[in-house]
Structures are given as C-alpha cells and as structure tokens.
Design a protein around this ligand. Structure first.
Ligand SMILES: Cc1ncc(COP(=O)(O)O)c(C=O)c1O
Ligand SMILES: N[C@@H](CCOP(=O)(O)O)C(=O)O
Length: 532
C-alpha cells in the first residue's frame, strides 16, 4: 500500500504535464514534494527497493536542466513550497504539561529553570506521512547536487529545520559519509563478522561537527537577515567545533570567534580556524574553562553560541543516525558505539534513531554505547555509580584530546539517551586507546584516537560477551586521523612514557647501498613467509 505512495521530491522542477495524484496513504498534502502514483506494475508492493526503482525510472522524475545563467540556489528558489511542518524549542525532557516553548528565531540556549533545551518537531504533521514515504523521499535525494538536498543533513530538511528558507542555508554538502565493513579488524581482533565503521570524519572539515554546524550557521544566517542582534558566532573548542564553525561562517561571510585551550589541541586543528579567518583566542585554561568563558561572553555580547549546548547543532548531528539506517536499507543494527566528550552527540544519535522509529521508518532502535577516555570519564563514573549524583571531574591529558572534557554540558541528554536505549558506558586507558588505534590502522584504517576509544569499548564488551560475534555493530569514527598525526608519530616512535607501544611500526634506518637494502628486505620477507 505504502509503496504506491511514490514521491516526487522537492528538487524536481514542476512538470506542467504531470498528472498529480493524491497520496493514497494519507490526505492530500500541498507539500513541496508531490506524491505520485507508482509506475511499477505492483502498486501494492511495499518494498523500498520497488519504490526506489520506480522513482528512478519514472519519466516524471527527469530533472529539467536549469538555464546556464541560473545557479543551484536560484533554481531552488523556483521551488515554491507550502507545508505545515514546524519546530520550536522546548525545555529538554519537559513535563508533558509544560507550555514553555520558544521560536527557533529567538536567541535562547536555556529554559526558564536554567535547564537544557531541545528542538521539538510537529510530529503530528510529520506523521501525516508513513514510514515508507519518508524512506523513499530520503533515498531519492542521496548523491544529488540539487540545492540543498545534496547535503546528507538537508536531504532530511523536513526533520531538521523545516521552516528555513533554502536560500538561507549554508552548506558544503556535508553528510552522506561512508559506512564501511571493517572486515579484517572485525575478524582478526574481535571474531566479528558484521562490524562497521561510520566514518563521520570524512567530511568538509574532518569531523562530525560539520553536520551540526551547517544547521547552526544556516539559522544564524537567517537571524542576521531578520536583523537579529548577531554580530558574530563563538564557541569553545577542543579543535573540531572551532574548525567547523570557522569554515561555515567563512563560507557565509559571518565573523567567527573561537576560544581554544592553549597547547591542548593538535596543530592540524589549530590551523583550521586560523586559515578560515576566525578570531582565535588561545586561552591558558582547559576546555571546561573555555566553555565557561564563552557562556559568560555570549550572555553579554551579540555573539551567538555555537557549542552543542545550543540544541540546533544536534538537529544536524542526528542525521548521521538516520543515514546509518538508510545505508543498511532501513535495517537496524544491534549496537552503535560513539565516543563521548561534551556529550551532545550521543543524544543526537538517540534522537535520530528514535525519530525514525516514531515515524515508522524502523521498528526498533539500536543499543547505544558511549565510550570515554579514562582520563576524562565523568559519564563513565556516573554510569558505574548507578546514575547516582553526577560529579564533574578535572579532565587529565589524553591522546583523545578532543574529548578531554570533565564537565560536559549535555550530561542530562546523554543519561536520557543511554537509559532509553538500554545503553552502556565504557572507558579506555591511554594504552588501550592507542593500541586499538594502531591495530585498526594496521588493517587499513587511519583513525583518530577518539575512534580508538570507541574500538576499545567494543573490544571490552566483546570480551565480556555482551556484544556477540554476529551482532551487527557500528563504531562511529568522529574525526579524520590526519588531524591527529602527532599521536601516531609518538606511538610508532615508541616515544610515549610508560607505554609499551606494542604495535609500533617504526621505519628501518638503512645504509644507501644495495647489499644493506637486500639484507633488510630478505629479513622482512622471511618474517612474513617462512617458505622464502
Ligand atoms: C573527534 C571527536 N570525537 C568525539 C567528540 C565527542 O562528541 P560530544 O562532545 O558530542 O560528546 C568530539 C567533541 O567533543 C570530537 O571532536
Ligand atoms: N570536541 C568538541 C568539544 C566541544 O563540543 P561541542 O559539540 O559542544 O561543540 C570540539 O571539537 O570542540
């Protein structure tokens, strides 16, 4: 039934010859995408495959080429749309009887009681369409260049910021990151046959932060056009948020201001906001100190707060969860493991999965695991105490420097996500995370230390028998390994105090003569193949 509700997605130019059909599943919505009848012979089929095939074959779906003097933003402007999807801020985990809410066009980060906010969507409006409808719509937009749906975030625009004008969107077509089968690592180190890595680090600025930042900076762009008092956008950062903020702001011509803990982020991360023209303050404190300062400053000056305390960010980040389901053709994995620091992302994943369930795209959600560095583990300690009183910690230096956070702003969101997903929290020592990173790299990956934390959590849960050998498991890789090369250099040079660096692979120094080179090569080949 639902498959007959084929979609013509919003980016398709209106075709005057198109005989528009009512959605058989629901009442006739005058949305900016128009339901059409399936052209496949089996109009009663409900499989996504049939839906996708019908969509791609339909002559109705041929996109008209835009005129040469029109750019993709202008083309999107011709797409006159009307719908009643909407979203607003509400207090996070509010009492159902609460009537406190705020427009997304307000500049607000906290509820009246000082608690976190959440973006609440008009679920009744979204529920006018069934799961098959949304699956087909999202599937039909993947891999295109049409503004703004070429982005993995904005391809889910109706679930992200439904009311923003496409013209205001600032996007680098982020998202749609690869989800790959970690075949050798899974088999060799974990005895697993269905292990996957969602590589959010293969992204515009090299981390998952792009997913949230496109949303936040787009909304800022809108606010500035509305003449709201936003002169610049600011964040505290362990390196990745500042890189994403400065890139998206630079793209839109908006000033960005970043507070960085001095000498605590990698060189590659530091150079990103510098290159993108941000106003960079290197402050003699840690991330938690920077976070405190940016909160105070944004309360006083017309600087919009871009950290994940701002719930807009999480609307973009949640699309990574939707993408995982989409990439598995809407089959739900058993486990998803996410490294956690300020703890916005674990909630974003929960929210993405939960929305897919609530709107009928899937029938369950995966169990979530949040992985922390033992040197910065306030969530882990809270979990181990049976969720008794939360205590912030002083975060110690860790190779997983982007999660060196002792007082996470989204602690309440993380606890909620973990409780609702029957989740688990694990930790990784420095040696464990560096060994895991080296092992993963030895199988062809090139991961960041934070992903090493997540892989350690997986390894511990496998050894404890909590995660089974055939459980479909996704490890979220949050940043690109190229941002953290110094940690790899230190490890492979065996230059880390009190660390064995068991899997180090240092280069061999050899004299520049044929005999010496032959000697070392023969020795190497013998070690690889005893028959040689
Ligand atoms: C690379 C990387 N991984 C993981 C995290 C943790 O994400 P969150 O702060 O949302 O928990 C961060 C930032 O904190 C990060 O930059
Ligand atoms: N790892 C983050 C820390 C800040 O997190 P946010 O999601 O609250 O911005 C960073 O890269 O700065």
């Amino acid at each position: 039934m639902a498959a007959s509700c084929m979609l013509r997605s919003s980016f398709l130019s209106p075709n005057p010859n198109l005989h528009q059909q009512q959605s058989p599943a629901k009442s006739n919505p005058t949305f900016f995408f128009t339901p059409i009848k399936a052209t496949s012979s089996s109009s009663s089929s409900s499989s996504t495959g049939d839906a996708a095939a019908a969509i791609s074959k339909s002559p109705l779906l041929q996109k008209n080429r835009r005129p040469a003097d029109e750019n993709i933003r202008e083309e999107a402007r011709r797409d006159v749309s009307s719908h009643n999807f909407s979203a607003r801020y509400v207090p996070f985990n509010a009492d159902p009887n609460s009537n406190e809410w705020y427009s997304l066009d307000e500049i607000i980060y906290r509820s009246r009681s000082g608690g976190l906010l959440d973006v609440q969507h008009n679920m009744d409006a979204l529920k006018k369409f069934d799961g098959q409808y949304w699956r087909s719509l999202f599937d039909s937009r993947v891999g295109k260049t049409t503004w703004p749906y070429g982005s993995g975030v904005w391809s889910k625009k109706e679930w992200v910021l439904p009311e923003i004008d496409s013209d205001d969107i600032v996007s680098a077509f982020e998202g749609n990151s690869n989800l790959f089968w970690a075949e050798r690592f899974g088999k060799q180190f974990l005895g697993m046959n269905d292990l996957w890595v969602k590589h959010c680090g293969i992204s515009h600025t090299g981390s998952f932060k792009d997913l949230g930042m496109t949303v936040l900076v787009s909304q800022v762009n809108r606010l500035r056009k509305m003449h709201k008092p936003v002169v610049g956008v600011g964040c505290a950062s362990t390196g990745d948020t500042s890189a994403a903020l400065s890139a998206y702001c630079a793209s839109a011509g908006i000033p960005s201001i970043v507070f960085l803990p001095a000498n605590k982020i990698s060189m590659a991360q530091l150079v990103q906001p510098i290159a993108n023209g941000a106003f960079v303050l290197s402050i003699d404190t840690d991330f938690d100190g920077c976070m405190q300062l940016i909160r105070e400053v944004t309360a006083e000056l017309p600087i919009y707060l871009a950290n994940s305390l701002n719930s807009l960010r999480l609307e973009g980040q949640k699309t990574a969860a939707i993408e995982i389901l989409q990439q598995f053709e809407w089959e739900v994995p058993d486990w998803v493991i996410v490294p956690g620091g300020n703890l916005g992302n674990i909630y974003a994943f929960y929210k993405g999965f939960h929305m897919c369930k609530e709107l009928g795209l899937v029938d369950r959600i995966p169990r979530l695991v949040c992985a922390q560095a033992a040197n910065a583990n306030p969530l882990y300690l809270h979990y181990k105490s049976g969720w008794k009183d939360f205590k912030a910690v002083k975060a110690n230096t860790t190779f997983a420097s982007a999660i060196q956070i002792g007082d996470p702003v989204s602690i309440d969101r993380a606890v909620y996500a973990l409780k609702k997903s029957n989740g688990i929290v694990e930790e990784a020592t420095e040696e464990e995370l560096m060994d895991a990173m080296a092992q993963a790299d030895s199988t062809g990956m090139f991961i960041c230390p934070h992903t090493g934390v997540a892989l350690t959590a997986l390894s511990k849960l496998r050894k404890a028998g909590v995660i089974g050998p055939t459980d479909r498991t996704v490890v979220v890789s949050t940043a690109h390994g190229l941002k953290f090369t110094q940690s790899k250099v230190d490890y492979h040079s065996k230059e880390i105090k009190n660390m064995e660096c068991r899997f180090a692979n240092p280069p061999v120094q050899v004299k520049a003569d044929f005999g010496s080179v032959m000697d070392v090569l023969k020795k190497y080949l013998l070690s690889k193949n005893s028959k040689f």
